[in-house]
Design a protein around this ligand. Structure first.
Ligand SMILES: [Zn+2]
Length: 381
């Protein structure tokens, strides 16, 4: 069966193209082989290329290619994460490879071993390389953003807050932004506390998808504040907006509190930290009011001193602990005003002890607060 002229013509043309391509490739190879030899013969140790790729949430991969006239004997990656810290920690990874004059190296940060970073984290990194002649070079520091690129994020920014979301329309995002801005305004008015640094809020479309962004998710996690990173991740289905706005405000207030009080010496008493977040949410929900009423009726409150520690120690009493925290903050703001609360936060920022800060600002310690608050709450409920 003979080929028709048309098909024959096409085959011939393809052959010609292939030949041409091979020729171009050959010239290319020749150039790439020849040119480095002629220049690199006198050239010092050099880093030719460096890059980083994020595979959220498990891995951040770095790669490098380097050449020298002498064998390359040592390659290290230096990296650090941008976050609030008083001791700036730089990590170092020694790369294993076979010494050669040309080396392509790579290294992966496996977050399943170290715990993950939140989406949007910025990692600064640089390489240092040495050859057998004792020459050493480093790349200039570069940054890579560890973004959750599995979703197509839209964004909305106002003031220090940027909101990222991928499900729901513009009005969904605007409603959450409005709730957040209202809460920030209320916090500033009642406590003087405000954001001093940018905050990024990532809204996943469900609690399940939020957990998919975490390596070791906790079953209950509906929202997480990564205070040191200025990041909040939260799962809000568009039909769960009422809960979503409260949860957003709660976590956002944790970032405000963190920014206002972060210091290398001491943390905040938990009742103050959680109480401010509960207070920012607005009116106390009925279930918490029930706990306060029951506490008054049965005289079954937890001591302020105990509430200074993490609440997990009080299994089964979590609701009461949160209700009391809200009420303690409300008591301090209602009785002593915005100025004193602002002063209290400022005193904690200096690293003050729990009793010391209260004494200095209000003239009573945690036990004194406990007594005054119990009288106040008994009248209220
Ligand atoms: Zn909280």
């Amino acid at each position: 069966m003979g080929l028709s002229p048309l098909i024959f013509g096409q085959v011939w043309a393809e052959k010609m193209i292939k030949k041409a391509a091979i020729l171009v490739l050959a010239i290319g190879l020749l150039l790439s082989v020849v040119s480095p030899v002629s220049t690199h013969a006198q050239t010092e140790l050099a880093i030719l290329e460096s890059s980083a790729t994020a595979e959220f949430p498990t891995q951040l991969s770095f790669s490098l290619s380097t050449e020298s006239a002498l064998n390359i004997t040592d390659i290290r990656l230096h990296y650090r994460v941008e976050r609030d810290s008083f001791a700036r920690v730089t990590s170092e990874a020694h790369i294993e490879f076979t010494p050669d004059t040309s080396v392509t190296a790579s290294w992966s940060w496996d977050m399943r071993k170290t715990g993950s970073l939140p989406s949007g984290s910025i990692v600064e990194y640089w390489w240092s390389v040495a050859d057998a002649g004792g020459n050493r070079v480093s790349t200039a520091p570069a940054t890579v953003r560890f973004d959750d690129a599995r979703y197509l994020w839209q964004s909305l920014a106002e003031g220090e807050l940027t909101l990222y979301w991928y499900q729901g329309d513009d009005s969904f995002a605007r409603e959450i932004m409005a709730a957040a801005q209202d809460a920030l305004a209320r916090l500033a008015e009642d406590t003087g506390a405000h954001l001093t640094k940018p905050v990024r809020l990532y809204i996943y479309a469900s609690a399940q998808e939020l957990r998919g962004a975490m390596i070791f998710p906790q079953e209950w996690a509906g929202g997480v504040a990564y205070t040191g990173y200025g990041v909040i991740a939260i799962g809000i289905a568009p039909n769960n907006l009422w809960w979503g706005k409260r949860a957003t405000v709660h976590e956002l207030a944790h970032l405000v509190t963190h920014q206002m009080t972060f210091n290398p010496y001491n943390s905040l008493p938990n009742w103050l930290n959680e109480g401010l977040s509960m207070y920012a949410e607005g009116e106390l929900e009925a279930i918490y009011i029930n706990y306060l009423e029951q506490g008054v009726a049965e005289n079954s409150f937890i001591s302020v001193r105990s509430l200074a520690s993490p609440f997990s120690a009080f299994a089964g009493q979590t609701y009461l602990a949160y209700a009391q925290s809200y009420s303690l903050v409300e008591f301090l703001i209602d009785s002593y005003g915005q100025d004193k609360m602002y002063e209290l936060l400022g005193t904690f920022k200096q690293g003050s002890s729990y009793d010391g800060a209260l004494m200095r600002v209000y003239g009573f310690d945690m036990d004194g607060l406990d007594g005054l608050w119990r009288d106040w709450v008994a009248l209220k409920y």
